[in-house]
Write a protein that binds this ligand. Structure first.
Ligand code: PGA
Length: 255
């Protein structure tokens, strides 16, 4: 954690979840109002097909609902895409941009991610900008160089502590059960903090930096205790209400 930063625990459902998963949204929404979770923000990013139903289900709770990606434009001839403005219209609060699966599956570059982040901010939403090294990059000692390049290339100049969240997700830790050591997470997050402060000054000091990649109920408290880790981006474990709530509770316990 970073002193004075309110942690965020965000769940990314990816291409999972049909209507029968709305029960999970409801369970997490109910839990989000617990006193024990008053020190953190919780967010679920279901697939776009469930977005509006999810925001309707959760409007009286503390749980936020967000999108997993958006187009750079507000509207137009882009079959199959959705815009940040549409997510805002569905009462979403955040949009994830630059997830490694988008970078790999759809060839998204840092420049495209930056443009998407820009579109998110222009729609009045908060951008969760994902960065992280591949296994090969880590093995060849390039992790910090990659983070530097991705931060510079993917985060817009309009970023503030209020409108932008960074999510550090080592690609090799996503969905694998592998997690970097406490020392490696500490080093990466301290490096990103220094880069953000150098570029944005005080805003960089206050910007949330999440860790993502195989966060589970049994490792969340340890990961969230690390300096400059201001919450989690959770994939697989966010599909189960009990696991996601347990990660929220573990985060709140060290906040
Ligand atoms: P995981 O996914 O928690 O299943 O590793 C994390 C992510 O891709 O955001």
């Amino acid at each position: 954690m970073t002193p004075n930063i309110r942690p965020l625990v965000a769940g990314n459902w990816k291409m999972n979840g049909k209507r029968d998963a709305l029960g999970v949204v409801k369970q997490v929404a109910d839990a989000s109002d617990r006193d024990s979770l008053s020190k953190i923000d919780a967010l679920l990013c279901p697939p776009a097909t469930l977005l509006y139903v999810a925001t309707t289900l959760t409007e009286d709770s503390a749980l936020n609902i967000g999108g997993q990606d958006c187009h750079t434009n507000k509207s137009g001839a882009h079959t199959g895409d959705i815009s940040a403005e549409m997510i805002a219209d569905c009462l979403g609060s955040h949009v994830i941009v630059g997830h490694s699966e988008r970078r790999t599956d759809h060839g998204e570059t840092d420049a495209m991610v930056k443009e998407k982040a820009h579109a998110v901010l222009a729609s009045g939403l908060k951008a969760i900008v994902c960065i992280g090294e591949t296994e090969e990059e880590r093995k060849s000692g390039k992790t910090l160089d990659v983070l530097k390049t991705q931060l510079a290339g993917s985060v817009t100049d309009k970023a503030t502590a209020e409108n932008t969240v960074i999510a550090y997700e080592p690609v090799w830790a996503i969905g694998t059960g592998l997690v970097p050591s406490v020392e490696d997470v500490t080093e990466a997050h301290a490096f990103m903090r220094a880069e953000l402060v150098a570029r944005f000054g005080e805003a960089g000091q206050n910007m949330k930096i999440l860790y993502g990649g195989s966060v589970k109920p049994n490792n969340a408290a340890e990961l969230m205790s690390i300096l400059n880790v201001d919450g989690a981006l959770v994939g697989g474990a966010s599909l189960k209400a009990d696991d996601f709530i347990a990660i929220c509770e573990a985060t709140a316990s060290v906040a």
